[in-house]
Design a protein around this ligand. Structure first.
Ligand SMILES: C[S@@+](CC[C@H](N)C(=O)[O-])C[C@H]1O[C@@H](n2cnc3c(N)ncnc32)[C@H](O)[C@@H]1O
Length: 317
């Protein structure tokens, strides 16, 4: 009898994943863990976006357009080495970023002139797209706890020739007090158990996984989300995101912050057509979540997307 390559993953993790995914969605996720999908986006002048598309086709790649981001293309389950060797990718004119990560930035809903906070920003792939969405106007503050990772963010922005980002290093938990009511849009892409990044070719991606680690992360995530909410202006919006599937770090964090109600917030729908997105779970274990949790979105692992979770909240008072 052949042994599934997935049996390397922690048994408890597999049991939990089977509990919430339908059998066809579980199979699609398995395929995405064996060969993670890739995507790229154009970072040059917007008027020249077609050059990026033509270039990819000239390289013989099978590309799929992305309806909600015309300067991005999905490359399917192609090897990372093959793509990173392409000169336009090496020059970062075409930037490798997961489709789910790009979707997260689009869900923030940044417009030119918005003042934006990226609370857990490093190494900065999403920051760079947020700045592009601002079209050069509005404040962008990028914060992260890790000095080392902020150095990576700085060099990423320099490499992409992106200016006008106010970089800060410190605990996101303090931003709610220091920047109360300052921003139109806030992204809080929290540290998480990263189940969506598990890759069978890299055992380090799941080496630290445990249910205990998930519980510890969830406490920190609640504090970060509450702080993010406090930085939003009345009517301003906060996008909470993780690259994990664990309900304790996703629906449950949002549910608890809403129930506690320290900052007046309402959950609002996410206006993006993504085939592999599903409404958030309404229950997990013995716990039932608030009815509005249906507005949250889980992006599934498929041939084009890696697992991701998003919730969008608007400040009401
Ligand atoms: C999921 S990563 C962010 C990825 C980033 N948004 C991007 O797209 O490149 C989570 C980040 O949170 C940072 N972090 C962890 N604890 C934090 C805290 N208490 N306050 C602020 N940032 C924190 C980590 O250093 C890490 O860079």
């Amino acid at each position: 009898m052949s042994v599934s390559p997935l049996s390397q993953l922690p048994e408890a993790f597999l049991r939990r994943t089977r509990a919430w995914l339908s059998p066809p969605d579980f199979d699609a996720w398995c395929a995405s863990v064996e060969r993670p999908p890739l995507a790229v986006r154009w970072t040059g002048a917007s008027e020249a976006t077609a050059e990026g598309r033509s270039y990819l086709l000239e390289q013989g790649l099978e590309i799929e357009d992305v309806p909600w981001l015309p300067e991005a293309w999905s490359l399917g389950q192609i090897s990372r080495e093959t793509v990173s060797r392409l000169p336009m990718v090496a020059d970062q004119l075409l930037f490798m970023q997961s489709l789910s990560s790009m979707a997260c930035v689009m869900a923030v809903g940044v417009e030119a002139g918005h003042d934006v906070l990226d609370l857990c920003a490093a190494p900065g792939a999403k920051t760079s797209l947020l700045r592009r969405m601002q079209q050069g106007s509005g404040i962008l503050v990028a914060n992260d706890l890790s000095r080392r990772r902020m150095t990576r963010l700085r060099s990423l922005l320099e490499g992409l020739d992106i200016q006008g980002v106010d970089m800060r290093t410190g605990p996101g938990e303090m931003m709610g007090r220091d920047f109360a009511g300052c921003f139109d849009r806030v992204l809080v892409d929290v540290p998480c158990s990263s189940e969506g990044r598990f890759s069978l070719s890299d055992a380090s991606t799941w080496a630290n996984w445990s249910e205990g680690v998930i519980r510890g992360l969830a406490r920190r995530q609640e504090a970060l989300l509450e702080s993010a909410c406090a930085t939003a202006r009345r009517g301003g919006e906060v996008l909470y995101a993780t690259c994990t599937m664990a309900p304790e770090e996703n629906e449950r964090v949002v549910d608890r912050v809403l129930r506690r109600g320290r900052v007046g917030m309402e959950l609002i729908p996410i206006d993006l057509e993504i085939d592999s997105a599903r409404p958030g779970l309404m229950e997990w274990g013995s716990e039932s979540f608030l009815p509005e949790i249906r507005h949250t979105r889980r992006i599934l692992g498929t041939t084009t997307t890696t697992p991701f979770f998003m919730a969008k909240l608007r400040r009401t008072s």
